[in-house]
Design a protein around this ligand. Sequence first.
Ligand SMILES: NC(=O)c1ccc[n+]([C@@H]2O[C@H](COP(=O)([O-])OP(=O)(O)OC[C@H]3O[C@@H](n4cnc5c(N)ncnc54)[C@H](OP(=O)(O)O)[C@@H]3O)[C@@H](O)[C@H]2O)c1
Length: 164
Amino acid sequence: MIISMIAAMGENRVIGADNQMMWHLPKEYKYFKNTTMDHCIIMGRKNFEAMGKKPLPGRTTIIVTRQDDYDAGVCQVVNSLEAAIEAAREKGETEVFICGGGQIYELGVPHSDRIYLTVVDFSKEGDVYFPEFDESKYEKETLHHEEVGERNAFAWTAYLYTKK
Ligand SMILES: NC(=O)c1ccc[n+]([C@@H]2O[C@H](COP(=O)([O-])OP(=O)(O)OC[C@H]3O[C@@H](n4cnc5c(N)ncnc54)[C@H](OP(=O)(O)O)[C@@H]3O)[C@@H](O)[C@H]2O)c1
């Protein structure tokens, strides 16, 4: 099973503020949706709540929390990132996606075979940042670039880092 992370960050690595995303980029969201569709996705409890405590359609959502009695509705709840990865493996998953937020990305770096990282032309400060990782351990390719336009307030580029 391939272990992937997927995130969108600003030029300054910002990914969120006040437990929310800082931009609304429908085309980038569509890219995220297409990439993760039909797969297991792993998210931290705060990210899950930022998304309205609802599973994303067409994907199996696994929530990571330290709480023993957390109610995530139809979503599976586990107490570590490793348990989330194992849960995906047990479902026969071929590629699992770690979808944040910041704490869960930090835990995910050493596990990641692939990092799908979108860089948004945005640099306001927030309160959660994507972790630094050793880029020399990965091959980097550009998957997509989108200029500012209708329904796209900030330019963005989607990169894929694949572990060498
Ligand atoms: N731009 C992007 O691509 C993107 C993607 C996703 C999220 N975000 C943003 O990221 C922010 C949320 O990130 P965050 O860092 O605050 O929170 P988070 O990573 O979503 O969730 C943190 C929670 O995960 C659980 N957790 C953390 N470490 C754990 C461990 N070792 N074992 C078990 N459970 C653990 C804890 O839950 P309990 O407190 O319940 O124990 C912790 O409070 C929001 O602003 C969101 O919008 C951005």
